[in-house]
Design a protein around this ligand. Structure first.
Ligand code: FMN
Length: 491
């Protein structure tokens, strides 16, 4: 990769994987590669995953969503001890139905000195996310605005990114001032910076997704970036990264060619040995083809009809969850569910009477959020939603834990990127789940993307290339290190 080469009368300059993406992104975050592994809930983006990629010069986000404050605290302690100043981050997820939890996570991140978060699932800004960003903001001796806390926002809609790319709104600043969480001077400084300097355009992906194509989204995000940068004239220019469907060298090459400042992967990392999932799920993921995914009702926003993308092959979750949503819409309460339907649900999904599940769910909410338990007592339709969400919520925990009696109920968030990776890896060592290490996967994607970028330059000069040259085959770490000039990558 490191030398220019000639091909007949055509020549190709060197393209190294480090050169892909926006050099200010890698410089600002202290990375070697413009490669990010996105947060995956319930610790699926585990400490081990974050450690592995961080040590190789990539950026990993720990999957804090769905975890207790105690569990997130343990992750912060471990990563701060094992990584020290090596860049890494944590997820800050918007929880519309659990505002107190979002506030507690922000409090924790501030207390523990977490300096970088991936903010996701936001529909609009909350005082919590703005508070995180503005904590410690001050004017440096040279006049620049110093912001110790940084946010990489992730969204699939430009309306949302517009808010993150703008300075914090006046109403939220007033609220933070009133609570004494920022000073007048900090409120004034907030007008000079965006809430997030970086935003990831998230196309059709695993988990929550609008199923939009990256090729249509990325240009709109970049146009918005340019428009807002011109409007606000920030000292540190805005940047846009790409996610959704990226798991192969060709997909990464395409995203970088379109101008992505960085690429972010998700589904493919769940299939790696470091993920917080289990071997049974990794084996299922290794079998997936691109069409083996489906949209299924989401546990967190079930009543609103929000869906998540999940693996379809080898599990009945998508079908069973869709049935629950249908039953929820058709009935005013659990008592109104026709007897044969109720019997089938109790036998196949709940393995207990619905009333027993409600008693357990009620107990759970009395400890976690008593208001929900009260709403369930008062409103039979809400009670049904909470019971159905019991199944949806546990289905992903059964998958992560590899619960053998619940194999058919595994909820595995997954996008078409998984099938694309399997197709590319077929017949190579990477077809084997045990060989899938996040850094080996990431380096293959990057080294392969650099190779394909070079090839494209030849193609643009009119060179005709043999088919075997047009594909970058999976390489072992040794082979990749040869390509990279034998540098050592811990993997
Ligand atoms: C198993 C799984 C869990 C995820 N959980 C979260 C999450 O908790 N927070 C978040 O911001 N994104 C989450 N995502 C999205 C990823 O961080 C990433 O944006 C997305 O997977 C990229 O698209 P891809 O799946 O096509 O690679 C999840 C994705 C997967 C596959």
């Amino acid at each position: 990769m490191s030398q220019a080469f000639r091909f007949g009368d055509k020549s190709v300059p060197a393209v190294s994987p480090e050169a892909l993406g926006d050099p200010t992104f890698t410089r600002d975050y202290g990375l070697k590669y413009a490669y990010v592994t996105g947060a995956m809930a319930n610790g699926i983006a585990s400490e081990a995953l974050v450690e592995a990629v961080a040590k190789a010069g990539m950026l990993g986000f720990f999957g804090s969503a769905g975890l207790s404050i105690e569990r997130v605290t343990a992750a912060i302690d471990r990563l701060q001890a094992s990584l020290g100043n090596i860049p890494h981050g944590f997820n800050l997820i918007h929880s519309p139905s659990e505002q107190d939890l979002e506030a507690a996570v922000v409090e924790l991140y501030i207390k523990k000195g977490v300096r970088l978060v991936e903010a996701s699932a936001y529909l609009g800004l909350t005082a919590h996310v703005v508070r995180y960003r503005l904590h410690g903001i001050r004017r440096g001796a040279d006049g620049t605005v110093i912001t110790p806390n940084r946010i990489i926002a992730k969204a699939s809609r430009v309306e949302v990114v517009r808010k993150f790319f703008s300075p914090a709104p006046e109403a939220i600043l007033k609220e933070l001032l009133a609570k004494g969480q920022i000073t007048q001077e900090q409120a004034a400084l907030a007008k000079e910076i965006p809430v997030a300097q970086d935003a990831t355009a998230e196309a059709d992906s695993g988990g929550h997704t609008d199923n939009r194509p990256l090729v249509t989204m990325l240009p709109s995000f970049m146009a918005l970036r340019d428009q807002l940068q011109a409007e606000f004239g920030y000292a540190s220019p805005l940047r846009v990264g790409a996610a959704g469907g990226i798991s192969t060298p060709a997909a990464a090459a395409a995203a970088f060619a379109m101008g992505a400042a960085y690429v972010l992967t998700g589904s493919v990392n769940q299939a790696c040995v470091e993920s917080g999932s289990c071997d049974a799920v990794r084996a299922m993921l290794a079998q997936a083809e691109q069409a083996d995914v489906a949209m299924a009702p989401a546990a967190d926003m079930f009543e609103m009809g929000v869906k998540v993308q999940v693996l379809k092959r080898g599990t009945m979750f998508a079908m069973r969850a869709a049935k629950l949503y249908e039953v929820y819409n058709a009935n005013a309460s659990m008592d109104a569910i026709p007897a044969p339907v109720k019997t089938a649900l109790e036998r196949d999904l709940f393995k207990a009477p619905l009333e027993t599940i409600w008693a357990q769910t009620r107990e759970f909410f009395l400890k976690r959020d008593p208001r929900e338990a009260q709403r369930g007592d008062a409103d039979p339709k809400h009670r049904m939603a909470l019971v159905f969400r019991w199944y949806l919520g546990l289905a992903s925990r059964w998958a992560n834990a590899g619960e053998p009696s619940r194999r058919l109920d595994y909820q595995v968030w997954c996008g078409p990127a998984m099938g694309a990776f399997n197709e590319w890896a077929r017949g190579s060592f990477l077809a084997e789940p045990a060989e899938r290490r996040a850094v080996v996967v990431g380096l293959n994607i990057l080294v392969g993307a650099a190779y394909l970028a070079r090839l494209n330059i030849l193609r643009l000069q009119g060179a005709r290339l043999a088919p075997e040259l047009q594909r970058f085959a999976p390489g072992t770490l040794d082979r990749l290190q040869d390509c990279l000039g034998r540098e050592r990558h811990p993997a």
